[in-house]
Design a protein around this ligand. Structure first.
Ligand code: RI2
Length: 313
């Protein structure tokens, strides 16, 4: 079950930064319940091993380590036996999943305030946080339309246009490279995030930074929708966020590139949009300018630069 979830996250059958965090937490909870050992030390060791397996699945989405750390914190307490540890862990997992779902809803409410009647939006990839803002604006009766990109190579845009269509939102489906062509028609870019760095740089689906560049040129605002657990605490020490590079076969079939000995395929899944290209980050704790990312890391996630400057335990 745990290995199955890890595999699904790797293969992107389960995808989206928020969804993978919740799936990982659910898998850990199920794994915990399935463990038969009566020995507390054994149980804790098996849970640590399980957490490690899930952590390795996707390196960029910081939602994963943040979520896992948040539920594994249950084991900082002392328990008389395995059953007590299991039930405390279950409580943490349920609390995380509920908070994560509520965060998306709250982001939708806050983000919708920044979408005006008659706005034309552009979104890239398939972000439940970004879509929550768009859907809430529509629910409030605002007349909006959306440009949605295709999102090569995994075509997440197909998921996005289904959701937009279901909500009755007029949508133009465009190839990724058409973003600049249409940018003058766009009032607001709304995207999600896989990670946010302490300096407000946003890591999101490959192509986001080109869209942000085109938006800057056209004086179009860029709004990022990101739960606070997508902020990357370790960046306060200058650590970089690793950019996942995926299998070449996602981009070009092996049958083709095996005939091209001088060609190699590069397939980064994400890119980095500097804070200067982002107008607003909408979190469940409020909308902030990207330059305030440290405040989220310090006050919401509880990581203070002073405390950690000596290194991590
Ligand atoms: P939510 C996705 O990554 C996209 O980059 C999307 O913008 C981001 O996660 C956030 O998605 P992938 O799993 O958490 O498609 O807002 O590589 O759903």
């Amino acid at each position: 079950m745990l290995a199955d979830t890890a595999e699904k996250i790797k293969r992107m059958e389960i995808r989206g930064a928020g969804r993978i965090a919740r799936a990982a937490v659910q898998a850990l909870d199920d794994h915990s319940a399935s463990l038969g050992t009566p020995d507390l030390q054994d149980y804790l060791a098996l849970m640590n091993e399980a957490a490690g397996l899930l952590l390795e699945t996707r390196p960029t989405a910081v939602s994963l380590p943040n979520a896992i750390r948040s539920v594994m914190a249950a084991f900082r307490e002392q328990y008389p036996g395995v059953e007590q540890a299991k039930s405390a862990f279950r409580e943490r997992c349920r609390a995380f999943i509920t908070a994560s779902e509520q965060a998306v809803q709250r982001i939708g409410e806050i983000g919708a305030r920044h979408i005006r009647n008659n706005d034309t939006l552009l979104t890239h990839c398939n972000s439940e946080a970004a879509l929550a803002c768009i859907l809430e604006a529509k629910r409030q009766g605002k007349e909006i339309s959306v440009f949605a990109t295709e999102v090569r190579p995994r075509n997440q845009g197909h998921l996005t246009i289904r959701t937009l269509d279901k909500a009755g939102i007029p949508t133009s489906f465009i190839v990724d490279s058409a973003a600049r062509y249409f940018m003058n028609e766009v009032d607001l870019v709304v995207v999600g995030a896989d990670a946010v760095s302490v300096n407000g740089a946003v890591v999101n689906k490959i192509g986001t930074s080109q869209i942000a560049l085109a938006a800057r040129e056209a004086r179009t605002r860029v709004m990022v929708a990101a739960e606070t657990y997508k902020f990357a605490p370790r960046t306060i020490l200058g650590e970089y966020i690793e950019i996942e590079e995926r299998d070449p076969g996602e981009v070009l079939s092996p049958a083709i590139f095996s005939q091209l000995p001088h060609v190699r395929v590069r397939n980064p899944a994400f890119d980095v949009t500097p804070a200067d290209y982002v107008d607003l980050i909408v979190t469940e704790a409020g909308a902030i300018p990207p330059q305030m990312a440290y405040i989220i890391i310090r006050d919401v996630l509880g990581w203070d630069i002073g405390e950690y400057s000596g290194g991590f335990g």
